[in-house]
Design a protein around this ligand. Structure first.
Ligand code: V55
Ligand code: FE
Length: 490
């Protein structure tokens, strides 16, 4: 029998669990404010079978959808696999059939042409639908009440792109969802699809453009008038894939780019601005306009933070990697404008913005961060080391307003923000926190924090009866949104 590789990607916090479970009325220490009523959905990769590639990575793990349902101070938790075509095929075979991360040329012959996405990155909520996304394929629709998989989602047959990002942007005023997919025409194609779904989920425009190189475009950003596409020199290559090689290799001498176009305009209007060489980012906090200038705030690092996205000529070295919250700005009124890049805040990643601040000038946000003074990182997650504190960052000053530190041996997952209807009340953050008991044993809890005072004692702590695997992204869905859920054909 095959077994999971003895690597960081499958040990410790990354040990596969593979248990679908439900628990009602979990014990709450403290109390959950009654106004918190809704569901915290999380995407959790968990490889259901030992991989065929011994160097496989957590980003290949089969997507599970985890849901905390909170109502009247009570909380339930459910977690289920997304039944992708890949999951179904491998479950039937009782072993892995697909090969290396994002390399279809390494798959078994019997699954050539089968959708190989694992839907493990973000549970997106839009117009009443829950979509489990991963950037290498189309989303899978999941029933938000039962967590059953409905199927691959193509916007009622309207979508042409073969891929959809895990980082859509929903405009808080218009309710439109702005989205894109790179490699829209298939593996190693340079086409990027950019589309808009109206507030009812109807796809109203889809346009394709060519990117300057074959980079991984993990996230993008919108302002009230523009769509922004920052690109970084972590590139793929068809011949390398055909030879059984790695999907991504970072090029330290490569250029970064910022593409900007009117968000309701034509892709013919895209303007490309060159950024610093060799830098990398996966997540952007927000973008906004100030007159004719657009700004995008980026969790930027000096190189790609994933060790397995480095080639032999440029091995990953955590000691020399630098990072910081970085603002890229371009004056669109200037026909000869160049991109300005300024560090405006601390390093960190997995930023959480208030939904209502999307695309607008904003003052603050939250993100996990790794501070070496607290202690060594917990081993786990896709990069192999976890964040050990949570920051509340003021982007107007660049200062850390507040920080939650729980000591060494603690790993923070990405929080969600739950707004309050009370004027002047900052709402709450919900976050799963993992504690390392020893290198093979962990426990997890959900914390309910005051968003404006994250360092204050938590309002509630919910200890989980089973440890949870590291989450990628999450999404808060209010009770009113859940009540208006749509499932299946329009
Ligand atoms: C990321 C996550 C992915 C992936 C590529 O956060 C990039 C970055 C969970 O899957 O496939
Ligand atoms: Fe992401």
């Amino acid at each position: 029998m095959s077994k999971y590789p003895d690597t960081v990607q499958f040990n410790g916090l990354n040990r596969p669990i593979g248990i679908e479970w439900s628990a009602c009325n979990l014990e709450v220490q403290g109390s959950i404010p009654a106004e918190i009523d809704g569901a915290f959905f999380r995407a959790v990769p968990d490889p259901a079978h030992a991989p065929r590639d011994p160097a496989d990575i957590a980003l290949s793990g089969d997507g599970m959808v985890s849901r905390f349902r909170i109502s009247n101070g009570a909380i339930d938790h459910d977690i289920r696999y997304v039944h992708t075509a890949r999951f179904e095929a491998e479950r039937k075979a009782r072993h892995a059939l697909f090969g290396k991360y994002r390399n279809p040329f390494t798959d078994m012959p019997q699954v050539q042409g089968v959708d190989r996405t694992v839907a493990n990155t973000t549970p997106v909520w839009h117009s009443g639908r829950l979509l489990m996304t991963k950037e290498d394929g189309r989303a899978y629709e999941v029933n938000p009440h039962t967590l059953e998989t409905v199927g691959s989602y193509d916007f009622a047959g309207m979508l042409r792109s073969q891929t959809m990002t895990a980082h859509v942007r929903v405009d808080p005023v218009t309710g439109e969802m702005f989205s894109f997919g790179y490699e829209a025409g298939g593996t190693c194609t340079d086409q990027v699809a950019y589309w808009i779904a109206d507030k009812n989920g109807k796809l109203v425009s889809e346009q394709w453009f060519a990117q300057p190189y074959l980079s991984t475009i993990h996230d993008f950003a919108i302002t009230e008038d523009y769509a922004l596409f920052p690109l970084f020199p972590t590139l793929t290559d068809l011949d390398r894939l055909k030879a059984g090689g790695d999907k991504w290799i970072h090029e330290p001498d490569g250029d970064s780019w910022l593409g900007v176009m009117p968000r309701y305009g034509s892709v013919d209007q895209l303007r490309w601005f060159k950024g610093p060489k060799g830098v990398s980012a996966f997540h952007f906090v927000n973008a906004f306009q100030q007159g004719q200038t657009v700004h995008v705030d980026i969790c930027l690092t000096s190189t790609n933070a994933f060790p397995f996205m480095h080639g032999p000529d440029d091995p990953f070295d955590p000691r020399t990697m630098k990072g910081g919250l970085t603002r890229w700005s371009v004056d669109l009124a200037d026909a000869n404008a160049t991109l300005q890049s300024n560090v405006i805040g601390p390093p960190g990643d997995l930023p959480r913005l208030r939904d209502g601040d999307q695309g607008r000038a904003y003052t603050d946000f939250w993100m996990p961060c790794y501070d070496p003074r607290i202690g060594p990182p917990v081993v786990g997650g896709p990069v192999g080391s976890c964040f050990n504190c949570l920051l509340h960052v003021d982007v107007t000053t660049g200062q850390v307003k507040d920080a939650l530190v729980l000591g060494p041996g603690v790993a923070f997952n990405e929080p969600v923000h739950v707004p309050s209807a009370t004027t002047g009340h900052g709402g709450w953050l919900l976050a799963v926190i993992d504690y390392e008991l020893d290198s093979e044993h962990h426990r997890s809890e959900l914390m309910v924090l005051q968003a404006d005072r994250i360092s204050a004692p938590p309002l509630a702590v919910i200890k989980m009866p089973l440890a949870l695997r590291p989450q990628v992204h999450g999404w808060w869905v209010s009770a009113a949104q859940l009540a208006a859920a749509k499932v299946g054909p329009p």
